[in-house]
Ligand binder design. Structure first.
Ligand SMILES: Nc1nc2c(c(=O)[nH]1)N[C@H]1C(S)=C(S)[C@@H](COP(=O)(O)OP(=O)(O)OC[C@H]3O[C@@H](n4cnc5c(N)ncnc54)[C@H](O)[C@@H]3O)O[C@H]1N2
Ligand code: MOO
Length: 408
């Protein structure tokens, strides 16, 4: 934990030793700065045109605009009778949805009409069927209802060229529906970042109950789920034993934009990430963050532009790193503005960290956040049911507001 004591600039040979005794000595970056940097530094990936059915979860690279007038014609909002002039009215026909409008109504005439059917020219209003008194082919109002026409007028919802959502908006399920309603078959979105996961550690196993000395890989499943919610495309997951040459080979691929490496981030003999990246000519943007847990996290860029996020091996610490660096990076690569965290009063035992920021799991309820007790760097137990991680500054006092980063 002595890594804040003797600052040197990131990427110097202080990182090159393989000995834990000659530990790296880099000043940890304030948490807020690291979070902002990861969310603003990367240039968005290229734009591509995709069918609507494949756009969900992606981010618009261009504004989406309506191709249609909606409704395309004056349309009935109720099942009932379209009427013209004062009552009573003689029923002269029937219009169902999907059929073109009939000829114009004259005063004293009505047509039976379905919700969604085109209202004929000359109609003043549609009267819902339950508010009509029908007598043979004559219809009258059964009551004096509110003076509404129950007509959706042509273009009152959308006109061609109307903005549906701006560039940078995430394509939600609702936006997908709106785009279809607005006559679009494709959207122009950012290419989805291909993210490769690399779990390091000789002790890591991937199924079943681990043997003594082994640990079940918690992070590949956690990060895979997080990627699915981030608009990223999984580009495979690998397990790399604690050997520098194997890690060097792992970062050599070209079929990914971002690699998240778990474990190997600290200063022990088997923690090769820093050395391997420096040898590969990586540029260090973040090399340690002044937060607890999760201080040994890193963001580096390889020659050619691929990104590597180094996450601590301790699972809750890795989760903190994922919301601090990985998620903002994926947002930025997709052209999304940094998320503005929700800010609420926090109560409970948040244990502020004198040297920077503490991230604690919280439940959000009744307009405040309550700390889930018992959180520890190596355990996901407290965080597993949390709604968010609260970003607790060093001077925090009971009930002070804090930023909340959602987790699921
Ligand atoms: N001398 C120092 N030692 C350590 C420091 C320090 O500042 N100075 N920081 C500590 C902190 S804080 C953390 S966090 C860890 C980070 O270590 P690494 O990222 O190098 O990870 P490992 O050493 O490989 O593993 C740490 C811990 O996590 C378990 N682990 C690893 N991967 C997984 C996985 N995929 N799923 C579940 N658990 C995993 C691993 O078995 C270890 O128990 O360094 C401290 N040391
Ligand atoms: O900060 Mo470590 O990342 O405590 O577990």
């Amino acid at each position: 934990m002595g890594s804040e004591a003797m600052p040197t600039s990131p990427g110097t040979d202080a990182h090159a030793s393989s000995s834990a005794a000659a530990a790296r000595v880099v000043a940890d970056m304030p948490w807020d700065r690291a979070y902002r940097l990861a969310g603003t530094l990367p240039h968005p990936l290229a734009a591509e045109r995709v069918p609507l059915g494949r756009a969900h979860g992606r981010t618009l690279a261009e504004p989406a605009t309506s191709a249609v007038l909606l409704p395309g014609t004056d349309t009935s909002a109720m099942d009932g009778y379209a009427i013209s002039g004062p009552a009573p009215w003689r029923v002269v026909g029937r219009i169902l949805a999907g059929r073109p409008a009939t000829g114009a109504l004259a005063a004293g005439e009505a047509v039976e009409i379905a919700t969604g059917a085109p209202v004929p020219p000359g109609a003043d209003a549609v009267i819902p069927v339950e508010r009509c008194r029908i007598d043979g082919d004559t219809v009258r109002p059964a009551d004096v209802g509110p003076a509404r026409t129950h007509i959706r007028y042509a273009g009152e919802d959308l006109r061609p060229g109307r903005l549906l959502a701006p560039a940078g908006a995430r394509v939600t399920a609702t936006l997908t529906g709106l785009a279809a309603h607005a006559g679009l078959d494709e959207l122009v979105v950012r290419r989805s970042p291909r993210v490769r996961l690399t779990a390091t550690g000789d002790e890591i196993v991937h199924a079943g109950v681990p043997a003594p000395g082994q640990v079940r890989d918690a992070l590949t499943p956690l990060l895979t789920a997080l990627l699915a919610d981030s608009g990223a495309t999984p580009a495979g997951a690998a397990h790399v034993p604690d050997r520098a040459e194997l890690l060097a080979a792992a970062i050599d691929g070209t079929d990914w934009d971002v690699m998240a490496v778990t474990g190997s981030s600290s200063v022990g003999r088997a923690d090769h990430l820093h050395r391997v990246l420096t040898r590969a000519g990586a540029r260090w943007h973040v090399d340690g963050v002044a937060c607890r847990p999760g201080h040994p996290q890193a963001l580096a860029q390889l020659p050619g532009g691929r990104w590597v996020v180094g996450l601590p091996g301790n699972p809750y610490a890795a989760m903190v790193g994922a919301v601090t660096l990985l998620r903002p990076l994926l947002d930025a690569l997709q052209g999304r503005a940094p998320r503005e965290p929700l800010r609420l009063p926090v109560t409970g035992n948040a244990h502020p960290f004198d040297g920077g920021t503490r991230l604690v799991p919280v439940h959000v309820t009744g307009g405040r956040a309550v700390v889930v007790p018992g959180s520890r760097p190596a355990s996901l137990l407290s965080a597993a049911t949390a709604d968010a991680l609260a970003v607790i500054p060093s001077g925090w006092a009971q009930g002070d507001a804090a930023d909340l980063l959602p987790v699921q």
